[in-house]
Write a new protein. Structure first.
Length: 301
């Protein structure tokens, strides 16, 4: 595999920090951006290939960064996730989730850079399930509408609709961080809430393969696993992470945003590993990289 220079936007996010490490491990010259200021280069914790101060709310400096780095591939892992209060703010949600990806796509097209952008299963209502790329989108909330508007297409632009689970670089509102904070406790598992996303580890493996083996793949594709209920998923995570949880079955929440990845499979031969394998990959990643964490809040919907 030829080494490529890759720029991961949002390199301290749930997906971004795994992508940065995983693409480097795959042999690429991988750079990342973060919104916050970074330690001085003389500090032991400083990463010379991280660029601070890149904010999707004010992307004016991005053109200069792309010109300076000249990456072959840009991966946009910046997004306001549904669980964050900012997702209810129209200005923030629309700017970050809708406008920024389109601005970024224009910048990449002008420089003949490949863009891989992450979208969400929340562009669908969740009443039917088994959605493919031709299914009518019907986002029920501002988050889903903003992500739908941010989907990019055209030559050199690849949008992956998916949903992810994994730990944050710091404890956050996601399912895995919340679950890790409940060790030894009682949690609710929704038996009629179906999920077909990926772990962050397996999403990284997919993106690494798309970069190395399918450099001309563009358009809209669903990246999804076999559907699993949140109840069954909690049981797999509980066992793999040895959390000693009591999981209470709840059938009050009924939602099915499962996606069909048949188009991506036909184009690339890829299929997601079975859920027990993906969860084992995630558990190994957590054991290798994550210190003990605590998180606050209620279980994610």
């Amino acid at each position: 595999m030829a080494e490529k220079r890759i720029l991961v936007l949002g390199a301290h996010g749930m997906a971004g920090h795994v992508l940065l490490a995983g693409l480097r491990a795959a042999g690429h010259d991988c750079w990342g951006t973060v919104r916050d200021a970074l330690p001085a280069p003389s500090q032991p914790s400083a990463d010379p290939q991280l660029v601070g101060g890149v904010d999707a709310m004010a992307p004016g400096s991005l053109a200069d960064l792309l010109d300076a780095l000249r990456p072959a591939v840009v991966v946009n892992a910046i997004g306001i996730i549904k669980q964050r209060p900012e997702a209810q703010d129209p200005v923030v949600a629309i700017t970050v989730n809708a406008l920024f990806p389109q601005i970024l796509a224009n910048l990449c097209r002008a420089r003949t850079l490949r863009l891989i952008h992450l979208s969400t299963d929340c562009v669908f209502s969740g009443t039917a399930g088994g959605y493919d790329e031709d299914s009518p989108a019907a986002p029920p909330d501002l988050y889903g509408r903003s992500k739908l508007l941010g989907e990019v297409d055209g030559p050199g632009c690849l949008t992956l609709r998916t949903s992810i689970i994994g730990p944050g670089l710091r404890p956050g509102p996601g399912l895995v961080d919340w679950l890790l904070a409940q060790r030894g406790g009682r949690v609710t598992g929704y038996a009629k809430a179906l999920f077909s996303g990926l772990t962050t580890v397996d999403l990284c493996a997919l993106i690494a393969r798309l970069i190395s083996d399918f450099p001309r793949l563009d358009g809209l594709y669903h990246a999804a696993a076999a559907p699993i209920s949140k109840y069954d998923l909690l049981h797999l995570l509980n066992d793999a992470l040895a959390l000693d949880l009591t999981i209470l079955r709840d059938e009050s929440v009924v939602v099915d945003r499962s996606l069909s990845a048949a188009r991506l499979s036909a184009a690339t031969g890829w299929s997601a590993p079975p859920w027990p394998i993906m969860v084992s990959h995630l558990a190994a990643h957590i054991a290798a990289t994550a210190p003990a964490k605590t998180a606050e809040g209620s279980p994610p919907p």
